[in-house]
Design a protein around this ligand. Structure first.
Ligand code: F6R
Length: 593
């Protein structure tokens, strides 16, 4: 999704600093980049389709500038081209925008009647013109921006320069993240904190409808009244945006999983799960997330229901926010998010809080909106994830949810001792490392990478993992894959299975293993190429390829099961020469709905 950076300060290196921060936002996904900077009292705008690298070629980094705004655009309204790229400029106003202005057509109509004309297809240019109009009407920058907050519908984070106040950077936000970074003699605005960590770890979080006026000091206004904000300090791990010995961030992040899983499991088990919240008090538990985060909820459902006897309701955030929700006086809602900024998940959190229902967030990004706004937060401590396709954050989320389910089972005395599980968790790093290294995933990937359709099947917890495996494959290799509960295939979809159609089957869940084996036979009989991921040896007639994963305690099993699927997807995408870390059309942090 779009990323925003702004700089104002004593240094004349605004261009260098802004671009180096902008590069830290590349992981979010984008298709064009641009900058506006002040030089010799002029506002200069440069923008380029494609990567920041292309923009850099258009810039002279020796140009003196004390103020700049820059942007990576992930196209929503209008193609990815130079005209639609940000910054946009109308009248007195130059700006960059993250979010979607939902009432832009209505505003466009009004502005056209007032004589405004537009060059781009974007909602942003309309927002820009609207500010210009309000500025001319109010003859005051702050009043114009304050009036804007009452007019714009949708989400926005804006970095703004007025051509008659070129020493001041203005910033404003609603439902899209934006922080103000504070350093000696210089200030930044940024879509996330890690982007500015090279320069400072001190920051102010802007809340909805705050207006920041930044020159040689920072003033924050809310409904035209100046408000005092605490300066916060980001003291967590510095974002390591270095691939090290790995060819891709995704592979690096897959290889970081053994240590992350080991640390999360052992630090919680060593103190008998005492730091984790006790969910046995609740009568209704909803878990909400998007994409992979939603899949972790489905994994947790089996663990909570079958092993702790607690019912779980799983919801996709973009649906939950608009549907009727059923709460009891003993409800809790759990939100899962790597970025902590996903617009739909954040909107659900706010909706639930409006009902005074307790909220718990399981989040990876420190200081993110969801982490700040939930009543309780558990950090997944996976470190920054750069590859767009989540791997280590997913397994960390599953690990935390498994521990929460285990705590419930323990509290309810369904499980009476943690000793066995503690014992196996001490081995988990080695086990996971071997799982990553000891199987020739490339060899199996070579047999399927040219296929256009692949099926994934499994039952219950294995179905949840199959959904995630299928998503990994789709997003990075662009191969269409569909996932079914194994028993459901014959109710229609099996008609698509023909000779050599890959059917990837997850088979770790003993309770229902024989049923899934029958379903494997059904597709095998129809010529399918069957690849099984299982924690036990199987009759060789059942499969073309068998990937054996270690059999561990059920609370840990799903953490391991996904790893072969991540690696299969990785190798299939690599064989297809796909842009593994930055798949087309995808963004890392989905800050629009
Ligand atoms: C897939 C993937 C996405 C995210 C989803 C939610 O690999 O990464 O499906 O899981 O966009 O993002 P977060 O967890 O940041 O809320």
């Amino acid at each position: 999704m779009c990323g925003i950076i702004g700089y104002v300060g004593k240094s004349t290196k605004a261009i260098t600093k802004t671009i180096s921060c902008l590069e830290k936002l590349e992981y979010r996904g984008y298709d064009s980049a641009g900058i506006a900077y002040i030089n010799n009292n002029q506002i200069i705008i440069k923008k380029e389709r494609g990567r920041i690298e292309a923009l850099k070629k258009e810039l002279d980094f020796n140009t003196n500038s004390n103020l700049a705004i820059a942007h990576t655009r992930w196209a929503t309204h209008g193609d990815a081209n130079n005209i639609n790229a940000h910054p946009h400029q109308v009248g007195h106003v130059t700006l960059v925008h993250n979010g979607i202005i939902e009432n832009y057509l209505e505003l466009k109509d009004m502005l056209e009647k007032l004589g405004y004309t537009f060059k781009s297809e974007t909602d942003t240019e309309i927002g820009c013109a609207m500010i210009d109009y309000l500025y001319q009407k109010n003859n005051n920058h702050l009043k114009a921006l304050n009036e804007l907050t009452k007019i714009l519908k949708g989400s926005y984070a804006l970095g703004i320069i007025f051509d008659d106040d070129i020493n001041t950077l203005y910033a404003i936000r609603k439902d899209s993240p934006l922080i103000v970074g504070i350093n000696k003699d210089e200030f930044f605005i940024a879509s996330d904190i890690p982007a500015i960590l090279e320069y400072t770890n001190k920051y102010i979080t802007l809340e909805d409808n705050d207006i920041a006026m930044i020159n040689n000091e920072v003033k924050i206004y809310h409904h035209l009244k100046e408000v005092k904000k605490d300066i916060q300090s980001f003291d967590y791990e510095y974002v390591n945006q270095d691939k090290g010995k790995y060819e891709h961030f995704m592979l690096k992040e897959i290889n970081e999983q053994p240590a992350i899983i080991y640390n999360l499991l052992n630090e919680n088990l060593d103190n008998n799960l005492k730091d984790l919240p006790d969910l046995t008090h609740y009568k209704r538990i909803d878990i909400v997330g998007c994409g992979s985060a939603y899949h972790t909820a489905l994994v947790a459902k089996t663990l909570f229901e079958e092993y702790a006897s607690i019912e779980i309701n799983c919801y996709i955030a973009s649906e939950y926010r608009y549907q009727r929700n059923f709460y009891t006086d003993k409800s809790i809602v759990i939100f899962i998010s790597q970025s902590g900024e996903t617009a739909d998940t954040l909107a659900c959190l706010r909706k639930v809080k409006d009902h005074n229902i307790p909220t718990l967030a399981i989040v990876n990004a420190y200081g993110s909106s969801i982490a700040r706004e939930a009543d309780q937060v558990i950090y997944t401590k996976a470190g920054s994830e750069i590859a767009v396709a989540t791997t280590k954050a997913y397994t960390a989320q599953v690990t935390i949810l498994s521990l929460l389910a285990l705590k419930c089972a323990y509290k309810k005395k369904i499980i009476t001792s943690l000793d066995d599980i503690k014992e196996s968790c001490h081995q988990i790093k080695d086990i996971t490392n071997k799982l990553i290294k000891n199987t020739d995933y490339l060899k199996i990937a070579k047999k399927i990478y040219k296929k256009r359709d692949i099926f994934f099947i499994g039952r219950l917890i294995d179905y949840a993992t199959a959904l995630e495996g299928s998503l990994k494959l789709k997003e990075i290799s662009y191969i269409n894959s569909a996932t079914y509960p194994a028993g459901e295939l014959k109710h229609g979809t099996i008609s698509l299975v023909e000779k050599d159609t890959p059917v990837i089957t997850i088979l770790t869940y003993d309770a229902i293993k024989d049923k899934t084996i029958s379903n494997i036979k059904e597709v095998k009989t129809r010529g399918a190429r069957v690849i099984i991921i299982s924690n036990q040896e199987l009759d060789s007639q059942l499969y073309d390829d068998l990937i054996i994963i270690p059999k561990v305690n059920i609370f840990i099993q799903p953490i391991l099961t996904i790893i072969p699927l991540q690696l299969l997807a990785y190798h299939v995408a690599k064989l297809n020469k796909c842009d593994i870390d930055k798949p087309r059309n995808l963004a890392k942090s989905v800050t629009v709905e």
